[in-house]
Ligand binder design. Sequence first.
Ligand SMILES: Nc1ncnc2c1ncn2[C@@H]1O[C@H](COP(=O)(O)OP(=O)(O)OP(=O)(O)O)[C@@H](O)[C@H]1O
Ligand SMILES: [Mg+2]
Length: 598
Amino acid sequence: MLFVRGAVSGTANGFFMIRTILSQVKEFRLVSILTPVCMIGEVICEMIIPILMGRIVDRGVMAGDVGFIMRTGALMIIVALMGLATGVMGGFFAARAGAGLARNLRKAMHDNIQTFSFSNIDHFSTSSLVTRLTTDVTNIQNAYMMILRMAMRAPSTMIVAMIMSFIISPRLASIYFIAVAFLALFMIFMMRTTTRYFKQVFERYDALNESVQENVSAIRVVKAYVREDYENSKFRRAAENIYEMFIRAEMRVVSISPVMMGVVYSCILLISWFGANMIVSDTLTTGNLMSLLTYCMNILMSLMMLSMIFIMVTMSEASARRISEVINEKSSLTNPENPIMEVPDGSIRFEDVDFSYRPGSAEPVLKDIDLDIRSGESIGIIGGTGSAKSSLVNLVSRLYDVTQGRILVGGHDVREYDMDVLRRQVAVVLQKNVLFSGTIYENLRWGDENATDEECRHACELACASEFIEKMPEGYDTYIEQGGTNVSGGQKQRLCIARALLRKPRILILDDSTSAVDTATDAKIRRAFREEIPDTTRLIIAQRISSVQDCDRIIVMDNGRVSGFGTHEELLKSNLIYREVYESQTGMGADADFDKPA
Ligand SMILES: Nc1ncnc2c1ncn2[C@@H]1O[C@H](COP(=O)(O)OP(=O)(O)OP(=O)(O)O)[C@@H](O)[C@H]1O
Ligand SMILES: [Mg+2]
């Protein structure tokens, strides 16, 4: 599902995908070129050695010329050392190029993820993004290193070894051709099925990661509901799946090696047999036969390497596609050509707004919304779960774009503003809130990085957060754990409100942000807002009518539509839903709530 969606963003063709990956080689281009150059150097050295070996046997050993053996032996050592040096250098350059490419890929992905809009993030799940940033990049890194080192080395060894053998003896060398042709056919056949299995393995990694990520991040809930067994079996299934696919793929890979060995040893036997006969009939020297046997081993090694490259490339193909999907994903929200850099006031207007999360889907989440909110007004928003309250306010700071109609903030369409400017002026305390690991001060300064300690403390007073912060032993320097696990739900909400207040926004949106705060504190926060930031337009989503009844006006949402918009008194008279909920919450009615209006 995720793949399908990502693929739509234009990475369908392989050439484009490879170009995306290679464009990240950047400053590692030089080492990437030097690696195969070194590898060719190594091949040349390796190919010279069998010739020298043959000469030692023919001219040295046979003729009893010790001087010649010494000289040629010394030359052989020098060539071998040169081969070693170029090999080591090649390995070193390849490691640098591979690690560099991995770094650039991760950076490109990470940078692009930062530009993602909420709807882009809806496309890729978090666990899938994590797999792409880690496992997939590592695959590419390994494959790239392997290709740099072997893609030139293996074929050139094979070609040079064949040519050399041909020069020595065309008759014996023809044995290789038959063997290599046979092996090539065999490998192509095996690889075709192996590729398929490896592809499936990587798709299943996502499922595994999803299982782990969901379980670990929600471990408290898992424990509270005693779901360890269920989670364990879910994980085991995902792991088992990967295991089976890997086994199937590897079974094919391992069968390659014995077949190859069989063919090569048959070659060696045949060459020894015919070679020995030729030596007897004086058409071949012993040295030449020895060289031929060494070349035969070289050809075997290169074939092995080629098959490994093939597997690597296969394994990394899926990874390359998944990485380029992330790099090439275009943010669904973009800044206009000449953006407006200033929000004149805090007025908000919805004109004929329709909205759905998936454009083209049958039923829009928000329908026919027309609202006019004056700058500085306080607006309560109330409605059942799923009535699209959050969706309504998320459009104001342009976390999503409307599907139809338009939204004006300060008299301008939100799409005409620079997005940063708009979001600075429209502060949202999201329903699903997060604090980051760091001190309270650091967390607060997400709102305004230049805020003084004084300003931070003032914001906390407004949000009624100072009372608990000051009781903590380290006060504002208290360290908040990742995700804010060491503060209570209500404390977290108050910190998030303080963080939003530090922005000094023109519009402040609280999406159910005091749900975990007791009623008295909730009232105190609202009073502070009224007195201290009277010019800021406030949109307050709440479940309790008591949280919104003193707002200037209240919006009643019902199933994606505005069912009522007016003051508390007006709505009590005119809006049935509002009246019933009010009565139930003040103990006047039965147990009615938003989800079951009469
Ligand atoms: N990211 C999303 N992708 C797809 N659909 C979504 C998304 N977020 C919300 N929805 C759908 O939109 C509808 C309105 O959701 P919304 O979150 O706006 O309701 P809400 O009034 O804020 O509810 P609550 O009081 O529970 O917070 C729901 O039917 C929900 O399933
Ligand atoms: Mg909501």
